[in-house]
Design a protein around this ligand. Structure first.
Ligand code: ADP
Ligand code: MG
Length: 737
């Protein structure tokens, strides 16, 4: 019946639809809906089950029900006190009558006339005049111009979709907009190959849309959603696989796998490598020996020893005459890596530079020195520095690393995709070292592209990694070095605080050191999707205040006699470094800090990690904090404090305590909070549906396998032009973000 009137293209803007006036379009935009496809993929949050029609006689207060009846009377009145328009109708069926009341819907008395047959769904309540439906969903079944059969009912008498709403745009409205579209879905070609639909037992597109929006049963709704999610996951995997194929066509400097050299280096280490480390080293060295760029993610629990794995690769590259760039997210961490490398390299065999915004250091032939930035830039440019360690400072235009063969990015999630890409593109500037080209220029296939090793201590379950970092190969360190004792982790109730302080004092008396982490401050502004500079500043100030208050309390009262230091994001880099150095050298007993210590800091003598307001942190972050202790032979402890009485909060904190590894914890976090909170929707940049199905490992694996199969059968998807087109659209949208 509606066919022909609307035959919109999925990509056409919603304003082209009848009923969508500019105002509505604007509201739709608030929901992120701009095209017909967006609208169709605006999926119900849940469904209300109005599928059973109740006889009016059987209605009970407090229950949700649907009835069908004739309008016996309607009247609209303005209440004098609240100046609100109230519309009241009396509805009658063969068994009795009931009132239905709506507020501020003045037009209702036009569309609901005496004698009309209507269906009403909603919650039944009771007032002094009897039972009533308050603000129910309703639908005219037989009116002046309408004649509807049961199957046409949109808002009542079935599983009714409830959508995410926005001001001025109700689920009711959305149903109106979406239903005619769903009806025409049969006219749209399905982008999925028929064989894929068969192989994966999926619903075809039109049925999937119909069942997701207006399902016959909840079971069918699930199937519809599964199909739509599969399509997104498939596009993601196709995109990853194509990116990998493209990288593998680029040329890279091959670093020969000199086994004798590797063995000698490993033998010089003060410890044997773990099996996991050996395996990762092997995977990496094999990759960088190839004349095509490596793209690998090294994931490993905090303390699993990623640095040394990276160092071996960097060392081998230096022996072959190449340079390595090693980028870390904070100055503290960059300096620590620099010092670690200095220790690890056999005397006089390699040189390294440290470049941050506040520091320039160089060592070569066993000699260390602080130097001018200008000098350092010259050393790097002349290829004298084998390994260049630094922060974002490495991304500056004038930093030229002419013989760059390997890029190592530590705590890679702290960097944007562009920053990583920019560092890689830097490797291609070697020919024009004097006039570096724009770092974001597309990679030139004729030049050498450096190998990339990304490192992360955020353990991400394999299937998740496959989706988010599906263009990278994965090496996992799932084993801690021998001799580490598990960290004793305890949830400390507010009443046990004094005991916890006594315990800390005891540890300090034994010569150990303690971290106290202050809670993350939640501010409206700073959490908005686009936190502005002011919001971030406000957040920083609030955190500084919290940590200062805690510092005052601990240094002047609780631990007056101990040496207490403070660390937060507003300190100048030099001050931060000096506090960290004093703590590392044992000149401070206690370090009160904001989450700046989260990443990578290594102080083996610290044995207690006390976390205040723990419910404010993500599980992965708590896990990171805990990893700051237990780095040497001493038994270490993690004390988790919370005032929260929420069950979920406690459940989450318990998970940290019980987890045997970061990977196990990640799985749990994913289950408890769902992928959205686990990753932060913003961070992942994934489409909603794919996001929502990330916990479904089987679906992800199936999508990956299907993508591999399709590309294998038709390298450029030429056999499936619709899918190819869909992928191109998907990729161009993903790039816009
Ligand atoms: P992360 O993976 O968190 O970056 P690090 O590389 O900082 O961990 O290593 C943590 C600590 O473990 C360092 O002090 C390092 O020297 C030490 N370490 C690394 N590998 C081993 C090993 N195989 N045996 C013993 N200690 C090790
Ligand atoms: Mg590290």
């Amino acid at each position: 019946m509606i066919k022909g009137i609307i035959s919109p293209n999925l990509a056409s803007p919603v304003v082209k639809l009848p009923r969508v006036r500019p105002m509505v379009a604007k509201r739709l935009k608030n929901l992120g809906i701009e095209t017909v496809r967006d609208l169709l993929l605006h999926l119900p949050r849940r469904y209300e089950d109005f599928s059973n029609v109740t006889a009016i006689r059987d209605l009970k207060a407090g229950e949700t029900a649907s009835i069908k009846g004739e309008v016996a009377s309607v009247k609209s009145q303005r209440t004098w006190r609240k100046r609100m328009m109230v519309t009241e109708a009396v509805l009658r069926d063969a068994t009795g009558s009931v009132r239905a009341v709506w507020f501020n819907q003045p037009y209702l008395s036009d569309s609901l006339r005496q004698g009309y047959l209507v269906a009403v769904s909603g919650k039944v309540s009771l007032d002094n005049r009897g039972l009533l439906f308050s603000h129910p969903s309703h639908e005219v079944l037989r009116g002046a111009r309408t004649e509807k059969g049961d199957s046409d009912m949109l808002h009542t008498g079935r599983l009714v979709p409830v959508y995410p709403e926005t001001a001025g745009l109700t689920s009711r409205w959305l149903r109106f907009l979406i239903q005619p579209l769903v009806k025409t879905a049969g006219d749209w070609p399905d982008p999925l190959p028929a064989e894929t639909i068969r192989r994966q037992t999926l619903l075809p597109l039109d049925q999937a849309l119909q069942q997701t929006h207006f399902p016959t049963t909840l079971e069918r709704a699930k199937e519809g959603r599964r199909r739509l999610a599969f399509e997104e996951l498939l596009l993601i995997q196709l995109s990853h696989l194509k990116a990998r194929a493209k990288i593998s066509e680029l040329a890279a400097p091959a670093v020969p796998l000199d086994l004798a050299e590797v063995k000698q280096f490993v033998a010089s280490l003060p410890f044997p490598l773990t099996n996991a480390q050996r395996k990762a080293v092997w995977e990496i060295l094999q990759d960088i020996a190839k004349p095509h760029p490596m793209a690998r993610l090294l994931e490993g629990d905090v303390g699993s020893g990623k640095t040394v794995v990276a160092a071996i690769a960097a060392y081998l590259a230096s022996r072959a005459g190449w340079q390595t760039a090693f980028m870390a997210p904070t100055e503290i961490l960059a300096r620590q890596h620099f010092l670690t490398l200095k220790k690890l390299f056999p005397f006089g065999t390699a040189s390294a530079a440290l470049l941050t915004s506040s520091e320039a250091r160089f060592f070569s032939g066993g000699e260390g020195m602080t130097t001018s930035k200008k000098q350092l830039h010259a050393h790097i440019r002349e290829g004298l520095a084998d390994i260049v360690v630094g922060t974002h400072a490495l991304l500056q235009k004038h930093v030229a690393i002419p013989k760059l063969a390997l890029v190592i990015v530590d705590e890679q999630h702290r960097f944007g995709v562009e920053q990583r890409a920019s560092l890689i593109a830097r490797g291609q500037t070697r020919a024009e070292a004097a006039t570096p080209e724009a770092p974001n220029a597309p990679l030139n296939p004729d030049k050498l592209t450096p190998h990339l090793l990304s490192m992360s201590a955020t353990p991400i379950p394999r299937t998740l990694a496959l989706t988010i970092y599906g263009d990278l190969d994965l090496s996992i360190l799932d084993e801690l070095p021998q001799g580490r004792r598990p960290i004793e982790t305890k949830l400390v109730a507010p009443t046990e605080r004094e005991r916890a302080y006594r315990f800390i004092r005891e540890e300090v008396r034994r010569g150990r050191q303690v971290f106290v982490i202050c809670p993350r401050i939640e501010l409206e502004d700073a959490n908005s999707p686009h936190p502005n500079a002011r919001g971030q500043l406000a957040l920083l100030r609030a955190e500084v205040k919290a940590v200062t208050v805690e510092y005052e309390k601990l240094s002047k009262e609780v631990f007056r006699d101990l040496r207490v230091g403070m660390l937060h994001g507003k300190l100048r880099a030099k001050e931060k470094a000096s506090v960290m150095a004093r703590f590392a050298q044992g000149e401070l007993d206690l370090l009160v800090s904001t989450s700046v210590v989260e990443v990578g800091v290594d102080v083996p003598n610290a044995t207690v990690m006390m976390i205040e307001g723990a419910e404010h942190f993500g599980l992965a972050q708590l896990y990171q904090f805990r990893g700051r202790v237990g780095r040497a032979e001493h038994q270490s402890f993690c004390l988790i404090l919370t005032d929260s009485t929420s069950r979920t909060a406690h459940q989450r904190l318990r998970a940290v305590i019980e987890a045997k590894s970061g990977f196990e914890l990640a799985e749990k976090d994913l289950q408890i909070r769902g992928p959205g909170d686990f990753l932060g929707t913003r961070q992942s940049g994934l489409p909603d549906l794919a996001m929502a199905s990330l916990a479904d490992g089987r679906l992800i694996k199936a999508a990956r396998a299907e993508a591999e199969l399709l590309l294998q059968q038709s390298a450029d998807l030429v056999r499936w032009p619709l899918l190819k087109k869909q992928l191109a659209e998907f990729e161009s949208e993903a790039h816009l973000e």
